[in-house]
Design a protein around this ligand. Structure first.
Ligand code: GCO
Length: 447
């Protein structure tokens, strides 16, 4: 069947996302800042001034609203707000207050992430998320933030991709604190569940005081891959794919739903306040993971499970472009019976040659999910702007908007305008696809 138009619901959120450490710059009291200086970053860069959103956010929010976007996701940096244990920076709190006010003044809805990986140095020194009181300390920081900004936030995201500190930080030792300990990984998993509970409690306290009737939207952003066995008849591939799908995608959200710590992370013990502790499912999707296990090779990172079919289209990250996987993971997220927000989806592409097509093909899968009855409420493109891509540095360009080296001036890429047209109209038309990505017309409009 051939169609000419893809239409999204009227109140759909069309946003972009950043993490403050990656985009604001100068997160000097964080563990990542210290770690970067040890020469850990692949392209030899450090986060430094990043995209300088710390100072340029008013210009950025004007650009977003001029382009036609209606929402924005970003994070508060714990290390900025609490640079020393128990010492809260009035400057930092005022900064985030002003950022949220500016967003509102531009008519942009705010999704605020409370933890997006960097920790204050003092926290990291005392064991980070392995410390028994880490959830409580996180709760105390969140309380300070919530007291200042409640009423200015539309969507609360307590944790961004909690499995990254668990797996990359404590199991495979790729991110700070570079640990390789299964015991620690389990402890971090449990403490992050508790940290979510603590954060949610503080947000709900503020909500009760506010007298509003509707409960605030609170959830996490979960990184999900569409894991599948290369050869379903191979018992090992099939078993490993199921395990990875559970371990990486489902274990954490399942715990938020059941209130228990699932094996292998725990023994189904209950955590008080955890059961049904979210009001939406947040999905971050980039690629699929095809499992082709090699017995001779012990995996050193989750990426070692990635298998690329010959001729597969890939991104600058080396990820396979696989839009149908997006539909599959949205379907998985929708099983919890809550609204779904896509909190990240995007591509590293310096020349913007692939990005328009990537975007249209992925948005088509979102629409497919909506047509099949899934309650998808919004989509946040990663990323608004080129930023510090963690261990890979600035070489990977995820931005709809390019940052000119040196001046840090903003230069929207063609896909930034394309995304704006979609956001303003809620529609993908054939003309739009012809203008920006004629090569994907068939995939997007013929089904
Ligand atoms: C992620 C992170 C982002 C990354 C992005 C691109 O959620 O993985 O939230 O910080 O930069 O995913 O790799």
């Amino acid at each position: 069947m051939s169609i000419n138009l893809i239409e999204f619901p009227e109140d759909f959120l069309w946003g972009t996302a950043v993490c403050s450490h990656q985009a604001e710059g100068h997160n000097v009291n964080s563990d990542w800042w210290e770690w970067e200086k040890k020469g850990k970053i692949a392209d030899g860069t450090v986060s430094g001034a990043a995209a300088d959103m710390l100072n340029r956010y008013p210009e950025d929010f004007k650009l977003m609203s001029d382009l036609g976007y209606n929402s924005f996701r970003f994070s508060v940096e714990w290390a900025r707000v609490e640079p020393e244990r128990g010492v809260f920076s009035e400057d930092a709190l005022r900064h985030y207050e002003k950022v949220l006010d500016e967003l509102r003044a531009r008519g942009l809805k705010a999704c605020l992430t409370l933890y997006h990986w960097p920790l204050p140095k003092w926290m990291a020194k005392r064991g980070g998320w392995t410390a028994e009181d880490s959830p409580e300390l996180f709760g105390r920081f969140v309380k300070r933030v919530v007291e200042r900004v409640y009423g200015k936030v539309d969507i609360w995201c307590t944790l961004n991709e909690p499995m990254v500190p668990v797996i990359a930080g404590h199991l495979f030792g790729e991110f700070p604190p570079e640990r390789r300990s299964w015991n620690e990984a389990r402890t971090v998993f449990k403490n992050l569940l508790k940290a979510h509970v603590e954060a949610r409690r503080r947000i709900l306290d503020a909500w009760r005081r506010s007298g509003e009737s509707d409960e605030p939207l609170i959830g996490i952003a979960q990184a999900v891959v569409d894991a599948a066995p290369v050869n379903p008849d191979n018992i090992l591939d099939s078993a490993i794919h199921k395990f990875i799908r559970f371990f990486h995608n489902d274990a954490f959200p399942k715990a938020l739903s059941s209130g228990k710590v699932p094996p292998p992370f725990g023994f189904n013990e209950k955590i008080s306040g955890l059961k049904d502790s979210f009001s939406y499912s947040g999905v971050n999707y980039y690629t699929r993971m095809r499992i082709n296990f090699n017995l001779k090779k012990i995996p050193g990172s989750l990426n070692d499970f990635l298998y690329l079919p010959e001729g597969a289209e890939t991104t600058a990250m080396g990820y396979e472009v696989y839009p149908p996987g997006f539909y599959n993971v949205i379907k998985d997220a929708a099983r919890y019976g809550k609204p779904v927000y896509i909190l990240e989806n995007g591509i590293a592409d310096a020349t913007d040659a692939q990005r328009p097509g990537y975007l249209l093909r992925h948005l088509k899968q979102v629409k497919r999910a909506i047509d099949d009855g899934m309650d998808v409420k919004g989509y946040f493109q990663w990323s608004y702007i080129d930023n510090f891509e963690w261990k890979l540095g600035f070489e990977k360009k995820f931005g709809l908007v390019e940052v000119e080296p040196g001046t840090l001036n903003r230069k929207p890429r063609p896909s930034a305008y394309m995304y704006g047209e979609i956001a303003r109209t809620g529609k993908i038309t054939r003309e739009l696809a012809e203008k920006y990505a004629p090569n994907v017309i068939e995939e997007v409009f013929e089904s």
